[in-house]
Design a protein around this ligand. Structure first.
Ligand code: SF4
Length: 195
């Protein structure tokens, strides 16, 4: 089972086109300035099977891609890999995955290899607030963009202007995207975040 912090079924703020996003709960890193501190603790959140999560991620027919974030996706790598396979059995989608690990730190992890086999673009490394350059889809300039396939070569992951969306439902407001730092500071005073 997956331990899911949040789902967004459609956004244009986390990669090319319209994407469905899952943020997993729990991260072994504690980066200063993390945009999603509520999702760092390894505590029970929404328990979902890969099939349940895949159904949620496929619920908007406009979606052409998935983004996995967190929390730490590599801590639930086997379950997320299974989710990607279930989605792709139904629909061909691209997959972007964030991780606080550097790619080299994942080589001895079979579950991570299983997930990496599904990933088109991996954005790796811990967030370093002092290197946040307010550009692109990675949080700070030390984080690297690995094109593991050619499917998303046309998208500017490092230089494009940042964008973020506010998603409002009956219980919460969710900040989706990698926002400009000014917005991050304002948001930290009023609510919770996603990335
Ligand atoms: S790796 Fe990502 S989710 Fe984990 S603490 Fe760092 S910024 Fe937050």
């Amino acid at each position: 089972m997956l331990n899911v912090a949040e789902i967004c079924t459609a956004t244009e703020a986390l990669g090319s086109g319209i994407r469905a996003v899952v943020w997993v709960q729990g991260c072994p890193f504690h980066c200063r300035g993390c945009l999603a501190p509520d999702w760092i603790p390894d505590r029970p959140a929404q328990q979902m099977s890969p099939h349940e999560l895949a159904a949620a991620l496929l619920s908007d027919s406009r979606v052409t891609g998935l983004t996995f974030s967190g929390g730490e996706p590599m801590a639930q790598a086997a379950e997320l890999a299974a989710t990607a396979r279930v989605v792709r059995a139904v629909k061909e989608v691209t997959l972007i995955c964030f991780t606080g690990f550097r790619l080299e730190e994942l080589t001895d992890r079979p579950a991570a290899a299983e997930l990496l086999a599904e990933v088109d673009v991996l954005i790796d490394g811990r967030y370093v607030a002092a290197r946040n350059d307010d550009r692109g889809l990675r949080g700070s300039a030390n984080q690297r963009v690995h094109h593991l396939t050619d499917r998303l070569r046309g998208f500017d992951f490092t230089g494009a202007p940042r964008r973020a969306e506010l998603h409002v439902n009956d219980r919460d407001v969710l900040l989706v995207g990698v926002p400009p730092s000014g917005l991050t500071a304002a948001w930290s005073t009023i609510g919770r975040g996603g990335m």
